[in-house]
Ligand binder design. Structure first.
Ligand SMILES: [Zn+2]
Ligand SMILES: [Zn+2]
Length: 170
């Protein structure tokens, strides 16, 4: 499947037509970064593309989310092997988001940041919970867990976008 990535210029016109107040100016500050309008906010590290929601960037939370993904890109976040690394990268990205928000005069909503970190907590907790006995476990290998109580082993997806699937290893 061929994917046509939109480069800055075509996206700018889209943002303007959507009256994305302020978001245009933010993206213009990062001319090296590719932005792709999508239904969500995410940094695609393999392609070095910031995906954003063209409707939500109109509001403050959307701009904050955009700055968050830009932070991942600026910090050069790439692969993580363990869940705690992902969690640490999220914390780093939010710290940078806070300083970028000041730079771009975007309001920092700590409640929004907390919500995002909480959703990671939920995600990480579900991944680490044994599908057999519900014991919470720390990760033993990248994308793999082993229950210290019942010895069940299960694999999880690395993709944060994908739903949590725990596949028991026989
Ligand atoms: Zn993030
Ligand atoms: Zn177990």
């Amino acid at each position: 499947m061929q994917i046509n990535y939109l480069h800055s210029k075509s996206i700018y016109s889209k943002v303007v037509s959507n009256k994305g107040e302020g978001a245009l100016e933010i993206m213009a500050v990062y001319p090296q970064q590719r932005f792709l309008p999508a239904g969500y906010f995410a940094y695609d590290a393999s392609e070095d593309i910031v995906n954003y929601d063209p409707l939500k960037i109109r509001n403050n939370a959307g701009k904050l989310a955009l700055l968050h993904e830009i932070s991942h890109a600026l910090l050069g976040h790439f692969h993580y092997r363990f869940d705690f690394e992902l969690y640490a990268m999220e914390m780093d990205a939010w710290n940078m988001t806070r300083s970028l928000a000041i730079k771009h005069a975007v309001g920092v909503q700590e409640s929004y940041i907390n919500e995002c970190m909480d959703s990671y907590d939920v995600w990480l907790t579900k991944r680490g919970t044994c599908p057999r006995c519900s014991q919470f476990n720390l990760q033993s290998k990248p994308n793999e867990f082993r229950c210290y109580r019942c010895l069940t082993r299960w694999k999880v997806s690395q993709d944060i976008q994908s739903s949590i699937r725990r596949v028991v290893i026989k």
